[in-house]
Write a protein that binds this ligand. Structure first.
Ligand code: AP5
Ligand code: MG
Length: 216
């Protein structure tokens, strides 16, 4: 049976950072809904154009198109053993849809690590975030700087700052998270799948905690 891990937590808590590391360590595919939207945006697809109008404001893209995008992604060959979901589901409607979808893939959500952090640190992390253009490796000018400013340590590609990391958009993303995504904490707690992870620790410590949560 395939393994599906859902990483839950606010913007900037470290979902993408950890999902990338966990994917390398476990061999499970990393599926980031935000990265998929950004890829569509770069390729100027209709989905990308639609998503942009929401992402620019820090609002959620409508459930139906988001669910269809994830359904397509989960059906690809690299997800045969399962996946680490980063940024999806984000609403109860998406969580219900995922449950149904995984039944059809002969799987289930196995564990939901819920990464937490002090809201003040989230804004600091996002305003200092730099992402690699080629493969999405994530840095922070203060907490996790690249060896050479502006260049990815791993593949040498250029680093960029996300458009939605502007202060006013970040504030709305956090508000939207509190209003629309936090109901999933109780949703997965009721299913006994939720494991709280302190995201205020250094990146490697958070990874260790996540790996032991996944193993158990
Ligand atoms: P998305 O791309 O998913 O953004 P997000 O959820 O707001 O989360 P982030 O990617 O900003 O944060 P993260 O937790 O991944 O943190 P990271 O590891 O980068 O979504 C963007 C938009 O797309 C949404 O606003 C919405 O419009 C749309 N969207 C996406 N999914 C959707 C869905 N399911 N439904 C509808 N719409 C959707 O780390 C942040 C920074 O902190 C980095 O600089 C990193 O180096 C640093 N850092 C990480 N961990 C640590 C640590 N332990 N200590 C110190 N620094 C750290
Ligand atoms: Mg992310």
């Amino acid at each position: 049976m395939a393994t599906y891990i859902v990483l839950l937590g606010p913007p900037g808590v470290g979902k993408g950072t950890q999902a990338k590391i966990l994917s390398e360590k476990t061999g499970l595919a990393h599926i980031s809904s935000g990265d998929l939207f950004r890829e569509n945006l770069k390729n100027e697809t209709d989905l990308g154009k639609l998503a942009k109008s929401y992402m620019d404001k820090g609002e959620l893209v409508p459930d139906d198109v988001t669910i269809a995008m994830i359904k397509d992604r989960l059906s690809r060959a690299d997800c045969k053993a399962g996946a680490i979901l980063d940024g999806f589901p984000r609403t109860p409607v998406q969580a219900d849809a995922l449950q149904k979808l995984l039944v059809s893939l002969n799987g289930d959500v196995n564990v939901v690590p819920f990464i937490t952090a002090d809201p003040k640190i989230l804004i600091e992390r996002l305003s200092g975030r730099w992402t690699c253009k080629a493969q999405g490796h994530i840095y922070n000018e203060k907490f996790n700087p690249p060896k050479v400013a502006g260049k990815c340590d791993i593949d040498g590609s250029e680093l960029y700052q996300r458009d939605d990391d502007k202060a006013e958009t970040v504030t709305n993303r956090i508000k939207v998270y509190l209003e629309q995504t936090t109901p999933l904490i109780d949703y997965y707690r009721a299913q006994k799948k939720l494991i709280e992870i302190d995201g205020m620790q250094p990146i490697e410590k958070v990874t260790d905690k996540l790996l032991s949560a996944i193993k158990n």
